[in-house]
Design a protein around this ligand. Sequence first.
Ligand SMILES: C[S@@+](CC[C@H](N)C(=O)[O-])C[C@H]1O[C@@H](n2cnc3c(N)ncnc32)[C@H](O)[C@@H]1O
Length: 285
Amino acid sequence: MAACTKQTTGGGEEAAAEEGPRVREPGAAPFGNFPQYSRFHPPEQRLHLLPPELLRQLFPPESPETRPILGLDVGCNSGELSVALYKHFLFLRDGETCSDASREFRLLCCDIDPVLVERAEKGCPFPDALTFITLDFMNQRTRKVLLSSFLSQFGRSIFDIGFCMSVTMWIHLNHGDQGLWEFLAHLCSLCRYLLVEPQPWKCYRAAARRLRKLGLHNFDHFHSLAIRGDMANQIVQILTQDHGMELVCCFGNTSWDRSLLLFKAKQTIETHLIPESLIEEGKER
Ligand SMILES: C[S@@+](CC[C@H](N)C(=O)[O-])C[C@H]1O[C@@H](n2cnc3c(N)ncnc32)[C@H](O)[C@@H]1O
């Protein structure tokens, strides 16, 4: 797939936060759990960069072992982007349903914030195809239980594709360099393909500035982060050099300067979850 280089700049998480106070104090969104996120970062701005036929190309219909295609959306917020991705990849228009949609593509969407997850569940027009769960993805025990329980319904142990859209910064700020590294390791162990939209470094500065303005404590890890600067490139390096992924394509940049990067596991991953112990070993190397 060809790399594209369209580049524009624009607002960031700061837009959601600065507009946010009318709805909820932004300091109350320490995980990026903004209640009106999709109003400020509409799904369409990402979707227009993603070819609708992407899933059909990656998982051709003639390979029945990949039906339904299983997707994981980490940090789904209130589900607007999850639903929009679902419709986009199944070529569904507004109000349109498809009788065998859930046989074609199933999406497990998780978020740390139970209020957002409840809202996502209530608003989802495809309840048979999209499952929303409250999960702190950094909690190893619950992650294992909840993800395995979903996958086992399909006799699988990994997802075909993972979506990690505007989440990496929040993991990084709340869990530090090690946390980001582990987060990416877990995603790679769980997904054959991974679509990542990293936040650029300027968003980190804006998030920290916002907390200072509110007179709140800075993120514990902000000043000690060694992984910094060109965050898209840093994430490419971690995924390709440490976690056995290859960069397939950059679909370009959103109007708020975030790249959409598609990765693929270099080796055909075993259909069993990589034991957490191996991830621990990898970390020490
Ligand atoms: C900025 S929003 C992005 C929402 C959506 N992915 C999008 O791009 O439109 C980041 C989301 O990640 C969630 N999040 C942050 N840390 C998380 C964690 N440890 N586990 C699960 N979700 C998390 C937040 O609650 C928030 O809804």
